[in-house]
Design a protein around this ligand. Structure first.
Ligand SMILES: *Cc1c(COP(=O)(O)O)cnc(C)c1O
Length: 232
């Protein structure tokens, strides 16, 4: 099997998993975006996935992403894709990140929101990263502080609040975690009806995330294969 065939087979399998999870939850698969997390994999893989119809891609490190997005643009100058930043982000990288990212999925503080707003040269889509267990090491805004951060971001003209993102914490089952998130998201939408994205679920837990209302699953391994430990 060549790489294109391998990626096509993986993509078909992931789409099937999404369809089955949606069927089990009584949801329409069109409500769930597949976000391909291409960190550590080459721009050539992004090109092949784009040929296979994917349009949303994510990276977690600014430096790697800057080079890869430029290389992809050379490989597929006519492809209309959107790039997401899904890694933790230091404020001094804001300017560089807005150079390649269409959406930043990891906004977890007012200070980071300030830095992104200042750096943005056009309205920047953002998700608020939520920490379900409140562990500061893993990034994310603790659930109780979410309404305040949402209010703050919503007032920034340069940022467009699209919704929330979370990584299920280690100490609880994904189902428990996504259940807790769903409650907070329901309350958030009362105040911010347009913030309707819930990005939750990865290769290992996308079924649980979909059953609790996720509208975006971020898939790396199941699409591209296993990664070496560090990004190149
Ligand atoms: C790497 C990564 C993913 C994808 O994880 P897989 O388990 O490989 O699917 C999803 N979200 C974030 C934030 C990541 O860094």
């Amino acid at each position: 099997m060549n790489r294109r065939e391998e990626l096509a087979a993986n993509l078909a399998e992931v789409r099937l998993r999404i369809e089955r999870a949606c069927a089990a939850a009584g949801r329409d698969p069109a409500e769930v975006t597949l976000l391909a997390v291409t960190k550590t994999f080459p721009a050539q893989d992004v090109a092949l996935l784009s040929d296979l119809g994917l349009t949303e891609f994510a990276e977690n490190r600014d430096q790697e992403a800057g080079a890869k997005t430029a290389e992809f643009a050379r490989l597929r100058p006519d492809a209309a894709v959107r790039w997401h930043m899904v890694g933790s982000l230091q404020r001094n990288k804001a300017k560089s990140v807005v150079g390649w990212a269409d959406q930043v999925d990891t906004v977890d503080s007012e200070r980071l929101a300030d830095a992104l707003a200042k750096a943005a040269t056009r309205p920047l889509d953002v998700l608020l990263q939520v920490s379900i267990d409140g562990d500061p090491k893993r990034g994310g805004c603790p659930l109780p502080e979410l309404p305040r951060l949402a209010e703050y971001v919503a007032r920034k003209g340069e940022l467009v609040l699209r919704g929330v993102m979370t990584v299920a914490p280690l100490g609880m089952s994904p189902a428990q975690a996504f259940d807790a998130l769903q409650g907070a998201v329901t309350r958030l939408r009362d105040d911010h009806p347009a913030a309707n994205v819930t990005s939750a679920g990865m290769s290992g837990d996308l079924e649980d995330a979909i059953s609790y209302g996720s509208t975006c699953v971020r898939v790396g391994t199941a699409l591209l294969g296993s990664r070496r430990l560090a990004s190149p």
